[in-house]
Design a binder for this molecule. Structure first.
Ligand code: PEP
Length: 255
């Protein structure tokens, strides 16, 4: 298996941070720092910041994403935003199934599946988050949990559509905690996800498939994580809010 078959993707997840003005300022600061990246660079921002982010990133190598989308095209879903709406404003990426959505907002594997379906139908590229809790890791059921989340999310997704999906392995115990999976733990699970993709699709599809790691990845630990065979980039929370730190991670993925 050859890592050069895949282009790394470094994606920031700003969560519920930054106003539109702050968004513009942070992207302007990041642009010169990441302009020579030899990886894809994505920033996923709050809905209200999307216009500002798209405007600030225009003409640069930074692509913009949303942090969620609804499964319906439109309708009586107060407070929600559809994949069609995101596509209509020119947003190419969307995070789906983040553990904070699963933990605090009642997301289930089935609603994650429905959102993935809607995003693909709208022509978006999906960053699909999967990951185990600390209890599940201690129970030695990490791969079972991740296989279940992945299989349900990808049910009915064709090999052609798979090209518009990235999986981010995000151990729940490592998100926003400062606790990182070791490079070996990340590589083991990411490799397991790749093996599952080979089983569900084909070895060629699996070899070309991008599997990120996310969970307290930062300027200090990124190079070690990204050097691993199966770690094709990262989904970065806290460190994506600081331009120099995010740029260091982008540089590490560009080697
Ligand atoms: C995330 O929000 O997806 C994430 C990985 O956060 P952090 O990097 O802050 O752990």
């Amino acid at each position: 298996m050859n890592k050069t078959l895949r282009k790394a993707v470094i994606a920031g997840n700003w969560k519920m941070n930054k106003t539109p003005d702050e968004t513009k300022a942070l992207i302007e600061e990041m642009k010169p720092l990441v302009k020579d990246a030899d990886c894809d660079v994505v920033l996923c921002v709050p809905y209200v910041d999307l216009y500002a982010a798209l405007e600030a990133a225009a003409g640069s190598n930074i692509k913009i994403g949303a942090e969620n989308c609804h499964w319906a095209k439109s309708g009586a879903f107060t407070g929600e935003v559809s994949a069609e709406m995101l596509a209509a404003v020119g947003v190419p990426y969307v995070i789906i199934g983040h553990s904070e959505r699963r933990q605090y907002f009642g997301e289930t594997d089935v609603t994650v599946h429905d959102r993935v379906r809607a995003a693909l139908d709208a022509g978006l590229t999906v960053i699909l988050c999967v990951g185990e809790t600390l209890t599940q890791r201690k129970q030695n059921i990490t791969m079972e949990v991740i296989a279940t989340q992945t299989k349900i999310a990808l049910a009915g997704v064709s090999a052609e559509e798979l090209k518009n999906i990235i999986i981010a392995y995000e151990p729940v115990w490592a998100i926003g905690t400062g606790e990182t999976a070791t490079a070996e733990q990340a590589d083991e699970v990411n490799g397991g996800i790749r093996a599952l993709i080979a089983e569900l699709y084909s070895q060629a599809d699996a070899d070309a498939f991008v599997v990120q790691y996310g969970g307290s990845m930062n300027a200090k630990n990124a190079a070690e994580l990204l050097a691993k065979e199966h770690v094709d980039g990262g989904l970065i929370g806290g460190a994506s809010l600081k331009a120099p730190d995010f740029a260091t991670i982008v540089a590490a993925a560009s080697k």
